[in-house]
Design a protein around this ligand. Structure first.
Ligand code: UDP
Ligand code: MG
Length: 320
């Protein structure tokens, strides 16, 4: 019987320092899983360092290594999508290049997948050790919020590191949206998922690509992609303001009728109300704008990434 193939998808952005360690760790895992064939697909996400050269060299030496190089940096989401599209395996595993998703967990994930007969084994960090306190705090708030306002379940501390069956990968690929938030998409497509918890590991070399602002924008993207609650909230605010203003107007009329001598005063409070309502309106327009801008990007139908080079453009002979 033919061996089943596992495709390992690795998004890489400026990972020249981490890649040698990653190759070593992956090779170890591959040799410990002789019952499977492997293909490793590295996605060079427009790196500015030596990442692409390292991948070219590796692909020249090892026929199981494939790579896709983007024309510029398109982000990790685009990288994962490209990897899933390129993958040919019966199982696909996405993992980071910095060893924060330890490849050594793969045999255990495969065991769970076959024993529990599920379509996906996902991983989550048991703790956030080594992460800035402010970042952990906002991450916790974000998960609480999104789980409350969205129908899909977002598991706190979930990583993108997961092993999937081909039918799950095909379902993920059937979602063609431009603004992608993979953790949400994996949850949205359904299928039985088992969770594996592991201790947070520090990145082996190099620096994280995520700034606080980047993470903030990413979380907004998730909220807009998987919930329309903010829109409902802005309508609710509008309705409440309308209701309050009607009550206010009635109160003023009654007061005028009862006490004809008094003039209505209180300019400062009036200004406060005007500013409050103005602010609220801007907030609601802003929320609307978020959805509109996402819809705008979707209707443009642009590709999520552009490929500049793959291992096929760089045949082994040229380098040897
Ligand atoms: N990555 C990428 N494109 C980007 C940013 C990151 O392909 O624009 C890759 C990166 O090379 C790494 C993975 O995504 O393999 C996770 O990135 P990072 O370690 O910086 O994120 P963190 O682990 O700090 O969340
Ligand atoms: Mg990392």
């Amino acid at each position: 019987m033919d061996k089943k193939i596992i495709s390992v998808v690795v998004p890489c952005y400026n990972e020249s320092e981490a890649l040698p360690y990653f190759f070593e760790a992956l090779d170890k895992v591959i040799s410990s899983m002789q019952e499977f064939d492997f293909e490793a697909i590295y996605i060079d996400d427009g790196s500015k360092d030596e990442t692409l050269n390292i991948l070219r060299e590796r692909a020249a030496k090892d026929c199981k290594t494939r790579y896709v190089s983007f024309s510029r940096n398109f982000g990790k989401e685009a990288g994962m999508l490209a990897g899933l599209k390129e993958s040919k395996g019966d199982f696909v595993c996405i993992m980071d290049a910095d060893l924060q998703d330890p490849p050594a967990l793969l045999p255990q994930m495969m065991r769970i997948l076959t024993d529990k007969k599920c379509d996906s084994v996902a991983t989550r960090r048991g703790n956030r050790k080594g992460e800035p306190v402010v970042r952990s705090f906002f991450a916790k708030c974000f998960y609480k919020l999104i789980n409350r306002i969205s129908k899909i379940e977002m598991v706190p501390g979930a990583r993108d590191y997961r092993l999937m069956t081909r039918r799950m990968v095909d379902s993920v690929l059937s979602l063609t949206e431009y603004n992608r938030f993979s953790k949400g998409i994996f949850s949205w497509v359904g299928f039985k998922t088992e969770w594996l918890c592991y201790e947070n590991v520090k990145r082996v070399a190099g620096k994280t690509k995520w700034s606080f602002w980047g993470l903030f924008k990413y979380s907004l993207e998730c909220i807009v992609a998987f919930s329309t609650a903010p829109l409902a909230l802005s309508s609710l605010c509008g309705f409440l303001m309308f209701f309050l203003s009607v009550i206010g107007a009635i109160a003023i009329i009654i007061r005028k009728l009862v006490d004809t001598a008094s003039s209505i005063n209180g300019w400062s409070s009036l200004i406060c109300v005007i500013l409050f309502v103005g602010g609220l309106q801007l907030l609601c327009v802003g929320i609307l704008g978020q959805y509109l801008s996402k819809t705008y990007m979707e209707t443009k139908n642009r590709p999520q990434y552009i490929i500049a080079e793959t291992e096929k453009d760089n045949p082994n002979e040229e380098i040897k």
